[in-house]
Write a protein that binds this ligand. Structure first.
Ligand SMILES: Nc1nc2c(ncn2[C@@H]2O[C@H](COP(=O)(O)OP(=O)(O)OP(=O)(O)O)[C@@H](O)[C@H]2O)c(=O)[nH]1
Length: 395
């Protein structure tokens, strides 16, 4: 079976153009870094498709166009891809390094094509430039936190490692093998394999890129779904997940932990007197005030409205009550400053120690809520501890 390199180039061009279209049209348009990186990668693929086309139609173009133009387009596409991947990963873009690699790569290729024609040296020079780009990609992938490792990162790393191997194989065959070639268009198994595999590599890289984008998006959504958009603290879902996690640890390690339910007193009057906007700022200020009292292991989150929850690990009923007192005093101790206005705030707190038979947050929350009700009816700005199942209401 014989395959023309030109036919494979045309196939490579069509593959790159198809993946480019998929990346362009497959995501909704917004100004996020991830979408911009995807569009940049799509543009790189479009440039790559042009590069393949110059090789495919090289015979119809003026002499030297396929070599000089094709390599220029290819190196440009590579530089764009490096920046795109780094943008997606949030790594420093290194676009100067990517452009420098492209320019130096192209000057070398042009030198060994026009000034001192030598096909093997030309390929070697171009390969070193491609290898530098691959190393920039690999560096972006392996930097950062290891708990960010994902299937997409592994897949991309494999694709880049195999691309490096392909470069080594091609140069090894050209320098050590018997075949003497003078062009990528010359009919030979080395050229056919090179063209076939490099075309597939850009296809796989495009798909790996999309996979990584998808994973990052899912991660972002996971985080967004657990943050209260007004105050920036964990929301109810995050609190429930943390509670369940603490319950599992508690069951294993027999360490007690407490849930504190905080409710701002007479918050309606803040909204009524100073407006909803001022009320929002008061909620943010209160969150900061509570955070300042807590240890690093405690978690404060917003249940909704003017209600907050504090989850305090390794804290029994007595220590939970003391913590709630500290929070109450910190809030009541000094007014919060909002728009040059000093606003006195107080909170009522219901405290409940989680019990081992409670399977999720709602049961403990119900007991804390009853304690909070008692605190509100006892005059507000106070702490009440919920009874254990066996005992009565504690003060
Ligand atoms: N600004 C602002 N107000 C909110 C938000 N969520 C809930 N509220 C307000 O919080 C107030 C809660 O009022 P109530 O449930 O009557 O409670 P309260 O006035 O704090 O009285 P007590 O809890 O009984 O001390 C209502 O006015 C809500 O509109 C919010 O996100 N922003």
């Amino acid at each position: 079976m014989s395959v023309l390199v030109q036919s494979l180039s045309l196939l490579g061009a069509m593959q790159a153009a198809t993946v480019a279209l998929m990346l362009w049209l497959g995501v909704h348009s917004d100004e996020s870094r991830a979408v911009r990186s995807l569009h940049l990668r799509a543009s790189a693929l479009a440039v790559e498709a042009l590069g393949y086309s110059t090789v495919a139609f090289g015979h119809y173009l003026p002499a030297g166009t396929a070599t000089l133009g094709g390599n220029a387009l290819n190196l440009l596409a590579q530089a764009m891809s490096v920046v795109a991947l780094r943008m997606l990963l949030g790594a420093p873009l290194r676009w100067r390094a990517a452009v420098a690699v492209g320019v130096i790569g192209w000057v070398g290729v042009a030198w060994f094509a026009a000034v001192q024609p030598d096909y093997r040296s030309r390929v070697l020079w171009g390969s070193v430039a491609i290898a530098c780009n691959l190393m920039l990609n690999i560096e972006a992938l392996v930097r950062g936190r290891w708990d960010n490792w994902s299937r997409a990162r592994h897949a991309l790393l494999w694709i880049f490692a195999l691309s490096l191997l392909l470069l080594v194989w091609r140069n090894g065959m050209l320098w050590l093998g018997d075949t003497r070639l003078d062009s990528v268009l010359a009919p030979s198994s080395i050229n056919v394999f090179w063209m076939l595999l490099s075309g597939m590599q850009s296809l796989f890289y495009g798909l790996g890129f999309l996979l990584l984008y998808n994973e990052l998006l899912q991660r972002q959504l996971h985080v967004m779904a657990r943050v209260d958009s007004l105050t920036g603290v964990p929301n109810r879902l995050a609190l429930e997940e943390r509670f369940t996690g603490m319950l599992a640890t508690d069951a294993g390690a027999h360490a007690p932990f407490c849930l504190l339910l905080l409710d701002i007193d007479h918050f309606k009057s803040v909204n009524d007197r100073f407006g909803h906007d001022c009320g929002d700022k008061a909620l943010k200020a209160l969150t900061r005030r509570v955070r300042d009292v807590l240890r690093g292991t405690d978690m404060v989150g917003r249940l909704g409205g003017e209600e907050f929850i504090v989850l305090a690990p390794d804290v029994g009923r007595a220590a939970g009550e003391a913590l709630a007192e500290r929070i109450r005093e910190a809030v009541a101790g000094a007014p919060v400053s909002i728009d040059d206005r000093d606003l006195p705030l107080t909170v009522s707190v219901g405290v409940a120690e989680a019990e081992l038979h409670e399977r999720d947050m709602s049961t403990t929350l119900r007991r804390a809520d009853k304690a909070l009700y008692v605190a509100k009816h006892g005059g507000r700005n106070r702490v009440v501890v919920a009874p254990t199942y066996a005992g009565g209401m504690a003060r």
